[in-house]
Design a binder for this molecule. Structure first.
Ligand code: FE2
Ligand code: FE2
Length: 362
C-alpha cells in the first residue's frame, strides 16, 4: 500500500443554469439563479487552497440542457487541476440526446476529459495518484417506458467486481449520484426517501465491501450528511444551489501501514449578485416550498396522520427540511405527541459523526 496525501474539492448538484435556460415553477426547491456565481466562488476557493482534483457527483445541470453542459465543460477545461464527473438524474433525462438535451449514451463522450476513457461505457476508473484510484459509476437507468430509475445494472456490477479485484492493493474511492448508504431514517423503505437511494443499495454495498472500498461520494439528496452502513462510509454533499449552499474540501492521507485518514471541511456560499443575504433568503425559499413535502411526511407511515393534523404539523415544520440539509442538527420535538416526537427526532444527526467538519480514520 503506497502512502499518499491528496486533496479533493467536492461540488455536488450544482444544477448549472444559464439565465436564459432557467425554468420558473412554483415548487422548485433549488435556487438555480445563483448557480454560475456559486460555482465560480467554489472554484476560486479551491484554487486558493490548492486542491489536487475536483469531484462532481452529478446533477451537473438544471435539467440536461446542452448549453448548460457546455458551459460546465468549458469551465472545467480551464481549471489548473483535473475534474471528474458522474451523471445525475438531471443530466441524462433520456437514453439518447434529444432536442437540445443530453442523453446517457452521449454523456461519456461529452465528458471524455473528465474521467471517461471509453465513449461507449458510462462508468470508469482512473488513478488519481499512485496508490489512489477513483471509480465513477452511473446510477441512471431507464425502464421499458423510458422512465428514469436509480440503480447499478448487472453489467456495471460485474465490471465493478473485476475492477476492484484488479485494484486490490490500491485505495479505491467511489463516486455515484444516488446514495448507497441511508442518510435518513428507514430511507430505503420510505416512499419519500427511497427515490434518493440506489434501488439495489444493499447489494452495491456488499460488492463495494467485498472489493475493499471504504469511502463513497454521493449527491442527489441535497443534504450534508456523512453516514456509515455495512462498513461503507458515504459522504453525501448537499447541493451548491440549495440551502445551505455547501461544498467541501476533503484531504485523503494514507500512511505506509494502509491506514486512511479522511479530513473533511465544508464551506458555504453566502452571497451572489442580487442575493446579498443568500443564506436567509434560501432558507426561506425552501421553507416556502417544503410544505407539501412535510405534509406527505406526516400523512405517510409511520405517522399516518389525518389530513387536518398533517396540515397543522407541516406548518410547524417550515424549516425542518432546511435544517436537515444543514447537517449536524439535533432535533427536539418535546411538545409533540410521543409517536410524532420519536419519529421526527430520528432525523437528528447520528452521534458521534459530524456532517460538515469531520475526521474519519478508516
Ligand atoms: Fe440534484
Ligand atoms: Fe439528483
Amino acid at each position: 500500500m503506497p502512502p499518499f496525501r491528496y486533496r479533493l474539492g467536492i461540488i455536488s448538484d450544482p444544477h448549472i443554469a444559464l439565465p436564459e435556460t432557467i425554468w420558473q415553477h412554483q415548487s422548485r426547491f433549488h435556487l438555480v439563479e445563483v448557480s454560475l456565481s456559486a460555482f465560480e466562488q467554489a472554484i476560486a476557493r479551491f484554487q486558493a487552497c490548492g486542491v489536487d482534483a475536483l469531484l462532481l457527483p452529478g446533477d451537473l445541470t438544471q435539467h440536461g440542457e446542452l448549453v448548460n453542459h457546455h458551459w460546465l465543460q468549458q469551465t472545467l477545461t480551464a481549471l489548473p487541476f483535473p475534474a471528474y464527473v458522474v451523471p445525475g438524474n438531471h443530466d441524462v433525462i433520456y437514453p439518447r440526446a434529444t432536442d437540445g438535451v443530453l442523453g446517457l449514451a452521449e454523456f461519456p463522450s461529452q465528458y471524455a476529459a473528465f474521467g471517461y476513457s471509453d465513449a461507449a461505457q458510462p462508468w470508469y476508473h482512473c488513478a488519481l495518484t499512485p496508490g489512489l484510484h477513483l471509480v465513477g459509476l452511473n446510477s441512471n437507468q431507464f425502464d421499458a417506458d423510458g422512465n428514469q430509475q436509480g440503480y447499478l445494472d448487472e453489467a456495471q456490477l460485474d465490471w465493478l467486481v473485476t475492477t476492484l479485484t484488479e485494484l486490490r492493493d490500491r485505495c479505491v474511492i467511489v463516486m455515484v449520484h444516488h446514495n448507497s448508504v441511508e442518510h435518513l431514517p428507514d430511507q430505503l423503505n420510505h416512499p419519500l426517501g427511497r427515490r434518493y437511494m440506489l434501488d439495489n443499495a444493499p447489494q452495491v454495498r456488499q460488492v463495494l465491501r467485498d472489493g475493499g472500498v471504504r469511502l463513497v461520494f454521493t449527491g442527489h439528496l441535497h443534504v450534508q450528511d456523512i453516514a456509515q452502513q455495512d462498513g461503507i462510509w458515504e459522504i453525501a454533499t448537499g447541493s451548491l444551489v440549495s440551502y445551505p449552499h455547501p461544498y467541501r474540501v476533503v484531504e485523503l492521507c494514507q500512511d505506509d501501514q494502509g491506514q486512511l485518514t479522511v479530513q473533511i471541511e465544508s464551506f458555504h456560499i453566502t452571497q451572489a449578485p442580487g442575493y446579498e443575504n443568500l443564506q436567509d433568503y434560501s432558507r426561506d425559499w425552501i421553507g416556502d416550498r417544503s410544505f407539501p413535502f412535510m405534509k406527505q411526511l406526516a400523512e405517510l407511515p409511520p405517522l399516518n396522520l389525518p389530513e387536518t393534523e398533517a396540515d397543522e404539523l407541516a406548518k410547524q415544520l417550515r424549516y425542518f427540511w432546511a435544517e436537515i440539509a444543514e447537517g449536524d442538527r439535533t432535533f427536539s420535538f418535546a411538545e409533540q405527541p410521543p409517536a410524532v416526537q420519536q419519529w421526527l427526532e430520528r432525523f437528528s444527526a447520528g452521534e458521534p459523526q459530524q456532517d460538515n467538519q469531520a475526521l474519519l480514520r478508516l
